[in-house]
Ligand binder design. Structure first.
Ligand code: KG4
Ligand code: ZN
Length: 344
């Protein structure tokens, strides 16, 4: 059994956790920075990086204390090394390098997306490779066949905005505040999902990818028309996103030979409508549906510690020269999706 200290700092959550390769989470701490970014309506990279510098050391001390573990007892230190906001990534990675050097421990440089991709295994011990993963977060919207640790085949990605980004922009357009996803979900609860006719970009297309830019523009036009309530726009937007997820995932299921389960992860997986719809889709294909608990869906350090534990056990450790990467595709072999602004 290995014991890993995990560190996450790629966006606006600062987090540390102690995780074992037997799926035990000894301690985990997370400090959000919502209040600091709220006046700007989105994450300000420079503010995020400074906040990580201030908060991270304390969080690490807290998890070691709570887990009753000395740094000397951990087997490795795992940190997100990308993709993400580069200033924040550097804070977490350099902190991990410092600890690794001081305590003479190996470093595991974890891809944040791999953290999300493997997080469902932490809460669902029966989940087996390969599984089809819909990874939907603030920066990404991908369908991946997860074949093993470090083995990912990207079947689809977004050609413009990420799914969470679409939620965040919609929230901003509707004046619902930040962070946008939960605010849109709350507003949608009181609205009619059929009230506003909105497009479902790429639905029905043989091209496997996602697109949300046109949906966002349609939301803006609906708002400007003055004909609809915020609740109806939010509910109709959420339904359009769910319909896109369903159609694209259905297509991927046909291509994902041998997938043993349909899994959703990333911040948007916290959305109840998304979970309900995907669960029904999986049932229709005779597959189990797996979604991590809400706190494991959004950014956290337990998923980084867990990915670190699996990598460490597989002998995949990194040198102190491991780079921080703003972009770092999980499947480097994947063909580029068309369009500009393609997210890795
Ligand atoms: O995975 P995550 O915490 O951070 C990234 O790696 O991006 O995802 C954050 C994203 C944000 O865009 C946020 O608005 C969205 O997940 N999100 C939601 C919900 N909770 C968080 N989107 C829709 N419904 C939610 N309940
Ligand atoms: Zn994330």
């Amino acid at each position: 059994m290995s014991l890993i200290l995990g560190i996450e700092s790629s966006c606006d959550e600062t987090a540390a956790a102690l995780v074992t390769s037997e799926r035990r989470i000894l301690a985990h701490r997370l400090a959000g920075q919502e209040a600091a970014h709220r006046p700007y309506g989105g994450v300000v990279p420079e503010i995020a990086a400074r906040a990580h510098v201030e908060i991270l050391p304390e969080l690490i001390e807290q998890v070691l204390h709570e887990g009753q573990v000395e740094l000397a007892e951990v087997d490795a230190i795992a940190a997100t090394a990308g993709p993400g906001l580069i200033g924040g990534v550097m804070v977490g990675l350099v902190t991990a390098k410092g600890l690794a050097l001081a305590a003479n421990k190996p470093l595991v440089a974890v891809n944040h997306l791999e953290g999300h991709a493997l997080s469902p295994m932490l809460s669902s011990p029966d989940l087996k490779f390969p599984y089809l993963l819909l990874l939907v977060s603030g920066g990404h919207c991908q369908l991946l066949l997860v074949a093993g640790v470090g083995r990912y085949r990207r079947l689809a990605t977004t050609i413009d905005d990420a799914a969470g980004e679409a939620f965040d922009k919609t929230a901003k357009l509707l004046g619902l505040g930040f962070p946008g996803g939960p605010a849109v979900e709350r507003a949608a609860a009181g609205g009619d999902p059929q009230a506003v006719p909105l497009p479902r970009p790429l639905v029905g297309s043989g091209e496997p990818h996602f697109s949300f830019a046109g949906l966002k523009s349609a939301v803006l036009r609906a708002k400007e028309s003055g004909r609809y309530s915020n609740a109806d726009i939010a509910a109709s937007f959420q339904q359009a996103v769910v319909d896109c997820f369903l159609d694209r995932t259905r297509l991927a299921l046909e291509a994902a030979d041998g997938a043993t389960a349909l899994v959703v992860a990333g911040g948007v997986a916290a959305n109840a409508e998304v979970r309900t719809a995907l669960k029904a889709l999986a049932a229709g294909h005779g597959l189990p549906f797996v979604a991590p608990p809400l706190w494991l869906c959004t950014d956290n350090a337990a998923m980084i510690g867990w990915a670190g534990a699996l990598r460490f056990d597989a002998g995949l450790v990194d040198g102190l020269d491991a780079p921080a990467r703003a972009r770092w595709p999980l499947d480097p072999e994947a063909e580029k999706a068309r369009g500009a602004g393609v997210k890795a």
